[in-house]
Design a protein around this ligand. Structure first.
Ligand SMILES: Cc1cc2nc3c(=O)[nH]c(=O)nc-3n(C[C@H](O)[C@H](O)[C@H](O)COP(=O)(O)OP(=O)(O)OC[C@H]3O[C@@H](n4cnc5c(N)ncnc54)[C@H](O)[C@@H]3O)c2cc1C
Length: 396
């Protein structure tokens, strides 16, 4: 990749920066979804509508689906500027924009693209991802939720788990088994399901942070119109792979800036907190760890640029996206462990407790950082993919 941006791209960066300066709401709820999730969701919906009206949602999406029709570099610049301004992310970015969008653009019918894509950008419709099941996480191909054809509809029965945003979603991109006798990967289909269909029950699960970001979702004879099939019948594995590659690669674009700005805040914390009668920032071991985190942010940045080049050339991040997923999630954990070390015993104080450092935000970030090494494929699974599909080693 040419690491210098063109004058047009720099102009684009300035335009984004100025718009954010003028439009970023001064008053915004803290990123504390658990305290008032409804308020937080309403805030995000309004924020995304504002971005979308100004043409900032779906930078690299085609214009006919409500996007800006710009390139991957503009997407990269936009995401960097959002992270730099500490702007709240787009509401449905991690599922609607980054997963469902690419899946429909690669595999969907034209009518599906026109029906669903613009409403993802305007935040009129929120999506969830129904892949994992109680018996199918890393081994996704063993999923059991089944769909049988009944005239012009599918009838879906089964259970999904860990479904992020299910409680707030209008639609679900769902993997189902449509042929139990075919080899495991060949009997799966992908459906677009209206979450308000009769027969769907959503049961939120409380996480260690106190939030209920994800849910169990039960399907009891749910009717789904046949036109909601994405791609071919029993061709769902290809759709799932597109979704997972984007989940691992594209969605990490802004992380290096966010991790860098969290490192700056961590250094500021190290100056405020005392260790052995001196600011912790003077401790040589703490300095080593902060320097290591800085190096890792730089490594992540260049890997993300490499992935962006791959997307610009091939339209897809490829199996190398596993390197980025593995790296950012593991380095995020290491960075938040430094925060816990700095706070010492006070790291045990949860949000809302008297004496919790920075209102408990570091402890929440530490707990959340554990999730990053599990969702979108755990670290062990990313290593397996890198070994087999990047290094070409035989299957273990
Ligand atoms: C915060 C969060 C949000 C999520 N959101 C969603 C969502 O919106 N939609 C959705 O569908 N899913 C979601 N998930 C689920 C996620 O995709 C799964 O948790 C993940 O795929 C792991 O599956 P599992 O939990 O069943 O663990 P398992 O697959 O049972 O794995 C257990 C352990 O065994 C290891 N392991 C398993 N297989 C191998 C192997 N072959 N080689 C080496 N080690 C192995 C794993 O690395 C892990 O450490 C979410 C998870 C989290 C934490």
């Amino acid at each position: 990749m040419d690491l210098k941006y063109t004058p047009e791209e720099e102009r684009f960066r300035n335009e984004v920066r100025e718009w954010l300066q003028a439009n970023l709401p001064a008053e915004r709820p803290e990123v504390s979804e658990s305290e008032n999730m409804d308020e937080w969701m309403a805030f995000l919906r309004n924020w995304q509508r504002k971005l979308s009206d100004a043409g900032w949602a779906g930078i690299a999406w085609p214009k006919e689906y409500g996007g800006r029709g710009a390139g991957v570099n503009e997407q990269l610049i936009f995401t960097e500027e959002m992270a730099r301004a500490k702007a709240p992310n787009l509401m449905n970015v991690s599922i609607g924009i980054e997963l469902v969008g690419p899946a429909l653009m690669h595999h969907g019918a034209e009518a599906q693209r026109r029906r669903y894509l613009p409403k993802i950008l305007s935040a009129e419709e929120v999506w969830c991802q129904g892949f994992s099941e109680p018996g199918a996480g890393s081994d996704l191909a063993s999923l059991q939720t089944r769909a049988v054809i009944d005239g012009d509809r599918f009838i879906v029965t089964g259970q999904k788990v860990w479904t992020s945003w299910a409680e707030y979603s209008d639609h679900c991109i769902l993997l189902v088994r449509t042929d139990a006798s075919a080899p495991r990967h060949k009997g799966i289909s992908c459906l677009l399901v209206d979450m308000r269909s009769p027969g769907i029950t959503v049961r939120p699960t409380r996480q260690i942070t106190g939030e209920t970001e994800f849910s169990e979702v039960f399907f009891d004879g749910v009717a789904v119109p046949r036109e909601n099939l994405v791609g071919e019948i029993n061709g769902g594995w290809g759709v799932a792979m597109t979704v997972l590659m984007h989940e691992r690669g594209t969605s990490a674009i802004g992380y290096q800036i966010r991790l860098r700005s969290e490192l700056d805040e961590l250094m500021e914390l190290a100056k405020r907190i005392e260790k052995n009668g001196r600011p912790a920032s003077a401790d040589p071991l703490i300095q080593q760890k902060l320097a290591q985190s800085f190096i890792e942010v730089e490594i992540l940045k260049y890997n993300i640029y490499r992935s962006a080049t791959q997307i610009a050339r091939n339209g897809s991040p490829g199996p190398e996206s596993s390197i980025i997923k593995l790296f950012w999630s593991e380095m995020d954990r290491r960075q938040k462990e430094v925060a816990m070390e700095l706070m010492g015993l006070r790291s045990q104080l949860v949000r809302g407790s008297k004496g919790a450092v920075d209102h408990g935000r570091w402890q929440r970030a530490f707990l959340w950082s554990r999730a990053g090494t599990i969702y979108a494929g755990s670290s062990e699974i990313q290593r397996n993919i890198i070994a087999e599909r990047v290094l070409g080693l035989p299957r273990g």
